[in-house]
Design a binder for this molecule. Sequence first.
Ligand code: FDP
Length: 315
Amino acid sequence: MYSEPGKTKFQIDLRRHLREQDICENLIHVICEIAEACKYVINAVRTGDLGVAGTSNLYGEEQLALDVLSDRILKKRLIHTGVVCNIASEEMDEIYQAQAAADGLYSVAYDPLDGSSLVDVNLAVGTIVSIYKGSDLLQPGRNQVAAMYVLYGPRVSLVYSVGKGVYEFTLNQLMEFTLTRENVTMKPAGDIYSPGGLRNKYTPENEKFIRFLEDKGCKLRYSGGFVPDINQVLMKGKGIFMYPALQGSPKGKLRLLFELNPMAYLIEQAGGAASNGVIDILDIQPESLDHRAPVYIGCRDDVEKAKDFLNNKVK
Ligand code: FDP
């Protein structure tokens, strides 16, 4: 609910809020269409068969795995906007060109259903989206013009930024996204840690950092879903999520284009930080669609501390 002094409370919907941000009409269109597509994704997550791609359902119809279905829903919707030129998704091997011209248009990279392996155990999952002006998707995340995610939990929430702060919307009973949090802000340091990856594969530096957090009294909060785990850090305004380099996988697991860049953009917009341990996530030049990087993301001081441990500045 949003209220102005002396006025009755009213709900601000996503489109109206975007119009107040003084951004290009085409960008508003892209964000609103993604929000619409996500209503179909949540419906599929909630009611769809938990099928595996290529298998048949009760009626002998071929089923699509939820991540493949979610990808199709988003891709179709983005193509139909008429204002998106290039599209890349975690489910596609290459960039899909929806429009040849790039002038005044946008390119979108997304993970249609991050954490899809959690659906069959009924844990929260989400869609993550990164938006650039023009056709280039292989550029540093700092150049994003917008980033957003939709979290499919007990409630459905949409968190976005167009570089003017971070806002949360929640899906109401009329299936409208209405404003629930304005100018989401991170504290300088926090007491939540969310560590991904097998601990017995951690390097000694990462192991020391984790011990430091534990000794400091941080609470372990890790669901195994990147969207809910980041949402917790962001909405509580405190804590750090990490998915470090592991022995045997020096680039960690998470993907720059579809996962790290959009989340780093949102966290930075809220006053937090995101680093691969050396440089800011948003300054990494992607080498391929599949570019992966270790990540430390959350409160500024906590991310700085992680860097100190990684660079052996703390004994
Ligand atoms: P998932 O494999 O279930 O799709 O990148 C995907 C992801 O989940 C993230 O959502 C999550 O943060 C991470 O992988 C979890 O990986 P671990 O199981 O190795 O912790």
